[in-house]
Design a protein around this ligand. Structure first.
Ligand code: AMP
Ligand code: GLY
Length: 429
């Protein structure tokens, strides 16, 4: 079997690790990959959004399955392109990926189907947006409708902040086309939870829920990032809560997409706000595995993901009675980021990973922004550099091991949070 994973972050390294565990004899490619994926796969120096080049590479390498990590190539139509070429791909069509690539589309569908989501209005005209903001209670959230690499949502404590955010997006166009349509949304309070499901568009299997840590510093302070760490499982995700997520959110969304001729095939990610500890409300959908959620979720899943992804990519589903195995234990992924991340990450620092870290069976060293220089040395080559996933019987145990691993790797200017999993640990003690 020949498998191509598209993307170059720690999520893709984690996917490769999980797929390789299922099929150690298969041949793997990663595009573009990083220094870590190079150990499991042949890296191909191609941009994931260069659809023609990706399709040509998949054909030339005779791959049996393509698994797409990031949203940008999906939103650009990579799955459509590969399907048209007869290459099985795990990931939604561009039409279905609109659940992430157009927040206006996602909001419209949710409101139409009665999926719990904060009320919002969509604007392309600044004056209308400002008039609406002026009439609404604080706080408010202003969001770019398009893909903005995690920079598209601004939580505003005052109407004047919200007006400023609307001006920056609609008039100053700081997010380019992504911000040419904005949503002004009611702000919810509660705890956030990421629930991911693998789906063929009709059936779905939920993965163990995870919690991300979006802020740069301990105690959820500092600027928003792509995610500084994640853990799994999360005890607020009770059976009852997950049943509500299935019936009130995943089922109606998938049915609506089927009805509009855009059936969803791939991983569907629901970013939820849990209100009053029990009601799941949708803040956003993503059309892919979360990063860094995947680095924690995949570590607690038993082997057996690859055949499911392959079935879905080929248009099938698991036979009746079959399901993804139960997760065991807990996993905590701590992200180690470059100096200057998230605003202006500095590349080039020499990275040292103690060999004993890579020899442990309760620790996974996933690479993100790493590259090997001409002398074979590991260098920082991106904002998030590594994700250190530790497993253990409890979140507290895994968190302590993950933190110690993050302390042990070294490079100039390294940044990481020492409190990944803190909410769960506080709940348990
Ligand atoms: P998004 O890009 O929609 O995922 O938003 C990024 C982050 O902004 C979320 O993870 C939340 O922390 C916050 N956020 C977005 N929408 C809301 C909302 N309606 N109420 C409260 N917080 C929100
Ligand atoms: N961890 C959030 C995301 O993947 O979008």
């Amino acid at each position: 079997m020949r498998v191509l994973v598209v993307g170059g972050g720690a999520r893709e390294h984690a996917l490769l690790w999980a797929l390789h565990r299922d099929a150690p004899d298969a041949t793997f490619f990663c595009l573009p990959g990083n220094a870590g994926t190079a150990r499991l796969a042949t890296n191909l120096a191609i941009e994931p959004t260069d659809l023609a080049a990706v399709a040509a590479a998949a054909r030339a390498r005779r791959v049996d399955l393509v698994v797409v990590g990031p949203e940008a190539p999906l939103a650009a139509g990579l799955a459509d392109r590969l399907n048209a070429a007869g290459i099985p791909v795990f990931g939604p069509s561009a039409a279905a990926a609109r659940v992430e690539s157009s927040k206006a589309f996602a909001k419209e569908i949710m409101l139409r189907c009665g999926i719990p989501t904060p009320p919002a209005r969509t604007f392309s005209d600044l004056h209308h947006a400002l008039a609406y903001i002026d009439r609404h209670a604080e706080p408010l959230v202003v969001k770019a409708s398009g893909l903005a690499a995690g920079k598209g949502a601004v939580v505003c404590s005052s109407r004047s902040d919200a007006a400023q955010a609307a001006r920056t997006m609609l008039r100053e166009k700081v997010l380019g086309h992504a911000g040419s349509v904005i949503l002004v949304e009611e702000c919810l309070t509660g705890e956030e939870l990421s629930v991911l499901a693998i789906t063929d568009g009709e059936h779905f299997a939920m993965l163990p829920p995870a919690q991300d840590h979006k802020r740069l510093h301990d105690g959820d302070s500092g600027p928003n990032t792509g995610g500084m760490g994640a853990y799994c499982p999360v005890s607020i995700a009770t059976e009852t809560l997950l049943e509500r997520v299935a019936t009130d959110i995943f089922s109606p969304l998938l049915a609506a997409l089927r009805e509009m001729g855009a059936p969803y095939r791939g991983t569907l990610y629901a970013g939820l706000m849990i209100r009053d500890g029990q009601s799941p409300w949708v803040i956003e959908f993503n059309c892919r595995f979360g990063d860094p959620e995947a680095q924690a979720i995949l570590a607690v899943l038993p082997a057996g993901l690859l055949p499911v992804l392959r079935l879905v990519a080929e248009g099938g589903w698991m036979p009746a009675g079959a399901r993804l195995g139960d997760a065991t234990g807990a996993a905590v992924a701590t992200v180690v980021a470059a100096a200057g991340y998230p605003h202006a990450p500095e590349h080039g620092a020499l990275v040292t990973i103690p060999p004993e870290l890579e020899a442990r069976d309760d620790l996974l060293v996933f690479h993100a922004g790493t590259a090997t220089d001409d002398h074979g040395r590991l260098r920082v080559a991106g904002g998030r550099v590594l994700a250190l996933t530790a497993t253990g019987a409890t979140v507290a145990e895994a968190a302590a091991k993950s933190r110690a691993a993050a302390e042990a790797v070294s490079f100039a200017g390294k940044q990481f949070r020492r409190d990944i999993g803190w909410r769960e640990i506080a709940r348990r003690s």
